[in-house]
Design a protein around this ligand. Structure first.
Ligand SMILES: O=C(O)[C@H]1O[C@H](OP(=O)(O)OP(=O)(O)OC[C@H]2O[C@@H](n3ccc(=O)[nH]c3=O)[C@H](O)[C@@H]2O)[C@H](O)[C@@H](O)[C@H]1O
Length: 421
C-alpha cells in the first residue's frame, strides 16, 4: 500500500504511474495534499483582494501570461485577455473561470464561450497530475479563443490587474489551489480587507458530495446533516460552505456552492478510478476494487461532465448580484447550495464490467476492503432542488458516458504516443 492510501482524502486513492509522468513528489506529501485540498474556499476569498484599492506596486502581468509553453509579449497578452473576456453581445456575461485548465474548468469555459459569454481563464498548471494533460486542454481552449492566464489565485497583484483590465460579472471558482497557509497565519487580514471591498461579483464555486460524509440517509439532500465528514478533504469542503455563509451574512456576497458527485468524462482527471481503471485494464494490469465491510458493493452516483456543465451554467444564469459594497452589506444576498449528481448510483463492480465490455478486455481484479482512509461506501444525490431552481436534468447514463470517455481516451493517448515516439 502506498503512503497515498493513508491520506484521508478522496483523491488520495490514485497510485502515480510513470506512464503519465505524474509528479510523485508533489503528490507524495500528505501535507501538501491536505493544503491543496484545504484551500478551495479560502482561495475564493482571495479573489476579493483584487476588488480592493491598494497602493502597493503591481507586478507586471507579463510573467503570468503565456500561451501554451510560450511567453507572450505584454501588449499581445492584454489584447488576448480583452478578446477572451469580451462577450459576443452586450447581454452576455463576462466570467473569470479559475482552474480553467482543469477537468471541469475546461468544459465549463468552452460551454460559456460557445454560447457567447466572455471567458478569461486562470490556472497555475500545478503538478498534482500530469501537466501535459492540462496543457493539452489549454490548447483546446485557445482554439476556442479562451485565454488562460498562468498564475495563482492567491497572487493578489495579479488578480488586481485582471480585475482592473476586465469588468467581470461572475467568478466561476473551480480551482482548488494551495494558499491556505497565509490565511492560517493571518486570518484577520481577510476580514479586514473585505471591509473595504467595492464591487462584488457573484461567485459560483465547487463543493463536493463528500460533505455528506457518514450520512446514511438516502437520497443525500441539501437539508441533510453535513457535520460528519469522513475525510479531511470533505472537512475542508464543508469549511468552505461555512465560510461562504459568513461572507454572505456579513458582506452581502452572492455565493452558490455546487456539490459535485464523482464527475467523469473526456479530459478527466487522471487520479480518478474510472480513468486509471481504463488505463490499467487496457495494459493488463490488476485493478483494486473496493468492497464495503459487509462484502457489499461500494457505489457512486457517477455524473457525466456535460450534465455537470449544464448545472454550472444554470447556477451562473440564476445567480443574483452581490449586495455588498465598500465592505457594507446593503441587503440580504443570495446564498445557495445544490447537489449536482446523476441520482442513479452504480456499484464500482458494475463500472468495471461496463469498461470491460467497451474495451473488450477482461479486467484483472483484486477485491479488497474499502480502505479506512476516508472513503465512503456510497453516494446518491437528491437533485430536486437543482432541477427546480437551475433547470438541471442529467441526461447521460454511465454506459453512454463511459463510451464517450473511452473514445476520447483512445484517441488522445494514441496521439500523445505518436508525438513522443
Ligand atoms: O464526489 C466527489 O465529491 C468526489 O468525487 C471523487 O471521489 P470518488 O467518488 O471517491 O471518486 P474515485 O476516487 O474516482 O473513486 C470512485 C469509486 O471507485 C472506488 N475505488 C477507487 C480507487 C480504487 O483503486 N478502487 C476503487 O474501488 C472508490 O471507493 C469509489 O467508490 C473525486 O475524486 C473527489 O475529488 C470528489 O470530487
Amino acid at each position: 500500500m502506498s503512503h497515498l492510501d493513508n491520506i484521508p482524502s478522496t483523491p488520495g486513492k490514485y497510485k502515480p504511474d510513470k506512464a503519465f509522468r505524474f509528479n510523485s513528489s508533489a503528490a507524495s506529501s500528505s501535507l501538501s495534499k491536505l493544503t491543496l485540498y484545504s484551500t478551495l474556499f479560502l482561495s475564493v476569498l482571495l479573489i476579493f483582494l483584487l476588488l480592493l484599492y491598494s497602493p502597493s506596486s503591481k507586478p507586471s502581468l507579463r510573467r503570468h501570461l503565456s500561451t501554451g509553453s510560450h511567453r507572450t509579449p505584454l501588449s499581445l497578452s492584454h489584447k488576448l485577455i480583452r478578446k477572451s473576456a469580451r462577450p459576443r453581445s452586450t447581454t452576455g456575461n463576462t466570467v473569470l473561470v479559475t482552474g480553467a485548465a482543469g477537468f471541469v474548468g475546461t468544459h465549463v469555459s468552452l460551454a460559456l464561450k460557445r454560447r457567447g459569454d466572455g471567458v478569461l481563464g486562470l490556472d497555475n498548471f500545478n503538478h498534482y497530475y500530469d501537466p501535459t494533460l492540462k496543457r493539452a486542454r489549454q490548447k483546446i481552449l485557445e482554439k476556442a479563443w479562451v485565454f488562460v492566464v498562468e498564475g495563482d489565485i492567491n497572487d493578489k497583484g495579479l488578480l488586481e490587474q485582471l480585475f482592473d483590465a476586465v469588468l467581470f460579472t461572475h467568478v466561476m471558482h473551480l480551482a482548488a489551489q494551495a494558499g491556505v497557509r497565509y490565511a492560517m497565519q493571518n486570518p484577520g487580514s481577510y476580514v479586514h480587507m473585505s471591509k473595504s471591498a467595492n464591487l462584488q461579483r457573484a461567485i459560483i464555486w465547487a463543493s463536493s458530495s463528500s460533505v455528506y460524509g457518514l450520512n446514511s440517509k438516502v437520497l443525500f439532500s441539501e437539508k441533510d446533516r453535513t457535520d460528519q465528514p469522513a475525510s479531511l478533504y470533505a472537512a475542508t469542503k464543508k469549511a468552505g460552505e461555512e465560510i461562504a455563509h459568513t461572507y454572505n451574512h456579513i458582506y452581502g456576497l452572492s455565493l452558490t456552492g455546487l456539490r459535485f458527485f464523482t464527475v467523469y468524462g473526456p479530459w478527466g482527471r487522471l487520479d480518478m478510478a474510472y480513468l486509471f481503471f481504463t488505463k490499467d485494464i487496457m495494459k493488463g494490469k490488476t485493478i483494486t476494487v473496493y468492497e464495503s465491510p459487509d462484502k457489499g458493493s461500494v457505489a457512486r452516483d457517477f455524473t457525466y461532465i456535460d450534465d455537470i456543465v449544464k448545472g454550472c451554467l444554470g447556477a451562473l444564469d440564476t445567480a443574483k448580484k452581490s449586495t455588498g459594497s465598500g465592505g457594507k452589506k446593503r441587503g440580504p444576498a443570495q446564498l445557495r447550495i445544490f447537489n449536482l449528481g446523476n441520482t442513479s448510483p452504480v456499484p464500482v463492480s458494475t463500472l468495471v464490467s461496463i469498461l470491460e465490455k467497451i474495451l473488450k478486455v477482461k479486467a484483472k481484479k483484486k477485491v479488497v476492503p474499502l480502505p479506512r482512509n476516508g472513503d465512503v461506501e456510497f453516494t446518491h444525490a437528491n437533485i430536486t432542488l437543482a432541477m427546480m431552481e437551475l433547470g438541471y436534468k442529467p441526461a447521460t447514463d454511465l454506459e453512454e458516458g463511459l463510451k464517450k470517455l473511452v473514445r476520447w481516451y483512445l484517441s488522445f493517448y494514441s496521439r500523445s504516443k505518436k508525438k513522443s515516439s
